[in-house]
Ligand binder design. Structure first.
Ligand SMILES: Nc1ncnc2c1ncn2[C@@H]1O[C@H](COP(=O)(O)OP(=O)(O)O)[C@@H](O)[C@H]1O
Ligand SMILES: [Mg+2]
Length: 220
């Protein structure tokens, strides 16, 4: 599902990632941990073809990202959803409208959209907020809207950058259980996090520990 071999990335002279290699199978759950500046966000952006490696091989969801032309990126992005820290939801729209957006863009039939959006909102605990405007939600709820919007297309891979950053402990654990549900349905999850407690709770997860752009440790 994901294959990296000797992947490197630099911002100018600053090497954000150096010689990163690892493989993930369908249905894996990976935590990327490590201190601020370690390269976690850069790695997620490479997997979503938002940045391009300066060297090495990178294959995601069956696509060789070195060979995939820009005009075909939408094919990758259909299979791989990303939720960045500055998740951009449309605050003037309702929860339902935000989550439906990717399906509306794909011109799916209305009934199918309603069914799918309701199912995702139910699983993420936002069903009773469907018609609330997003600017009336808390930060944590807005973040869950962003995650619902990422999941509504039923991606093969979900990339999430510190998704529990704004959440208290109870909500963080709830979010982890939501991710586990998606994961048990076959979605490969890659989650960057500082939250060591979450990482230690998740026995079956793979863990990649980054430091200054290097893999310091991994458990797989
Ligand atoms: N847009 C950017 N321009 C220049 N340097 C950047 C940029 N984004 C990140 N970096 C640098 O790349 C390194 C890795 O950053 P990042 O991937 O954001 O780490 P993390 O997500 O683990 O905090 C850091 O040294 C950071 O300063
Ligand atoms: Mg980051």
């Amino acid at each position: 599902m994901i294959h990296l071999k000797n992947v490197s990335y630099s911002f100018g002279r600053n090497w954000a990632l150096k010689n990163i290699s690892f493989d993930l199978e369908k249905g894996d759950f990976l935590f990327i941990t490590g201190p601020s500046g370690a390269g976690k966000t850069t790695l997620l952006k490479l997997l979503h073809a938002d940045l391009f490696p300066k060297g090495g091989e990178i294959k995601v969801a069956g696509y060789d990202l070195k060979k995939l032309p820009t005009r075909k990126h939408y094919l990758l992005k259909r299979e791989v959803s990303i939720v960045l820290q500055d998740f951009k939801i449309l605050t003037k729209l309702t929860v339902f409208e935000n989550v439906a957006l990717p399906l509306v863009v794909q011109k799916k039939p209305t009934l199918q959209i309603q069914k799918r959006v309701r199912a995702v909102l139910r699983s993420i605990g936002l069903y009773n907020k469907a018609s609330v405007r997003c600017d009336e939600l808390s930060g944590g709820e807005q973040q869950r809207v962003a995650i619902a919007r990422a999941m509504v297309v039923n991606p093969k891979i979900l990339l999430a950058d510190e998704p529990t950053g704004n959440l208290d402990k109870t909500l963080s654990l709830h979010l982890l259980s939501v991710f586990n549900q998606f994961n048990l349905h076959g979605t490969t999850i890659v989650m960057a996090t500082h939250n060591e407690e979450l990482v230690s709770r998740q026995d079956r997860a793979k863990i990649l520990y980054l430091q200054e752009g290097n893999i310091e440790a991994k458990n797989f």
